[in-house]
Design a protein around this ligand. Sequence first.
Ligand SMILES: Cc1cc2nc3c(=O)[nH]c(=O)nc-3n(C[C@H](O)[C@H](O)[C@H](O)COP(=O)(O)OP(=O)(O)OC[C@H]3O[C@@H](n4cnc5c(N)ncnc54)[C@H](O)[C@@H]3O)c2cc1C
Length: 549
Amino acid sequence: MPSRSQLANSGPSDSGSSDSVAPVSVPGDLNSQLIGTDVWTEDMVVNAGIPIYDVEFITVGGGLGSFAMADHLRIGGLPTSAIRVLAGIDRPEQTYRYLAENSQIPVTERLRSDSSSTIDNIWGFPSYALREAWAKPGLAGKLRPLKQVFVEPVFDDFYTPQAGQVYESVSQEAARIGWPSMVTKGIVRMVRKRHGGGYFVLFTPPDGAAPTKRIAYRCRFVHIAVGYPGVRFLRDLQEYRQTYRDFNRVVNAYEPHDYVYKELLRRPSTVLVRGSGIVASRILQRLISDRDERGAQTEVLHLFRSYISEPQGDKITFRRDGSNGFAYQGFNFPKSSWGGQLKDRLESLSGPDRAELLKHLGGTNTPKRRDWQEQLTRGRAQGFYRQHVGQVTEVRPGPGQTIATSVVDPNNQPFQLEANFIIDATGLESDISEHRLLKDLLDHTGAQRNHSGRLDVDRTFELVGSRNGDGRIYASGSATLGGYYAGVDSFLGLQYAALTIADDLAAAGFGERIGFGKSISEWWKWMRHQPVADQTHTPPNPIPGTVPA
Ligand SMILES: Cc1cc2nc3c(=O)[nH]c(=O)nc-3n(C[C@H](O)[C@H](O)[C@H](O)COP(=O)(O)OP(=O)(O)OC[C@H]3O[C@@H](n4cnc5c(N)ncnc54)[C@H](O)[C@@H]3O)c2cc1C
């Protein structure tokens, strides 16, 4: 399985940072006392030779979740000195872009979220469609995105921004809020409660960047936004890869696998695609576009575990379109989960009922885009795209350099599919315990799992069970799926979480709520690309005896 750091392409990894007691020659490392103790004192950290730095608010991850958080706090008036972003990457969109490009979303391709999911702009206005219209030359170019948002989704597909537009806008906003001055590069190893309140965030800087192996940040508030814990292969594909040491022909859609498409251009080949969500749709689009535009002669086999042949769900309360194997939904959850009646309903549910509703609303689905439909319909008619349904029993080397997949169909009839490459586009995520930091949170801070198996957060995105005196740990992103908000792993969801956390922090005396007047004046600054002011800030609750950062 690709490791977290491989997946994230995130620079320094924590792999060398073993938990064994460090040799004497490495100053400032974890020792067995720190590893085994849930609540640390300053003496314990200092005795291990680990320097302590003070900062009030830390966000861990440095991806789009951390970016949304820092954006809200900076616009709310907090100075860069009160916020530290601990990250293995320099730019907030870096990991997103890495995963997107691997799963065949280049800068020119359109994303899944809608026009108003403006991750670079907390107001959602001007939307991506308006900005695209503004930037396009010629009247026809300008009218196209505007017309699409006007008639979507009935007479046209949902408008979605191009990946490149989102990256560019995130870079601009990052510069405006002073992102580079808030980032410290490295990997967070653990967060432990501090005796007397708040937390220690134990951090591993890149080799040679600091005189000690670890650094401890003492803080009052921590925000965890570490993205996906890792990507999981289907078990049979993982077994095949391990048994036959074949890591090149059986690939995960989130891994770098461009060489597969290059090879397909060189010789006629067969590819087996597994999965029926948006990742599978992208892979199919790439395979068929290469046939259409670049002369590839690829035959595509598509294996479904369960086949959707008709719309699903209750006709009155919940209906989801479905046909040709796919469940169709514009976004990963129905739109009203972000801010309508489904949001209200989820907030009123707890425990297993909430988990059940979320399963019902989400699950594997893909948008029904006209260009994708056309490609697949044509592929079926011409025979180069063939669908199969069944459970895989074994994957092994097949005849003539192929990989053979043995399958049992729904009528218990066995059959075999032979392909030159297999692309796992199921988008399975690893369990949160496979992420070292998340596991440590579960084991040592009182954090718990929710009924969907992820981190249990309350309505303010605070990690249930982890409060320490006046200190709080918050979390957002995919690790919190199953909480009171469905779309946590989306641009809008990350922004909603950030706004909710910022309000909760303000209520706790850290920063101020963004009121009506402030919102208007900050929006006007955003419109004029004016940098967010870095006014002096007095910590609301300084910890006595602090070590200056
Ligand atoms: C291919 C793809 C397409 C998507 N498309 C859309 C879309 O169109 N619209 C939408 O709304 N949402 C979309 N999403 C969902 C979501 O918006 C993104 O996944 C988003 O990047 C999540 O932000 P994040 O901060 O949670 O994670 P990331 O952006 O992945 O950032 C997390 C960062 O934390 C780092 N990290 C992990 N552990 C540590 C540690 N211990 N110490 C320091 N750093 C650590 C990781 O290396 C990573 O850099 C998409 C997701 C994917 C994968």
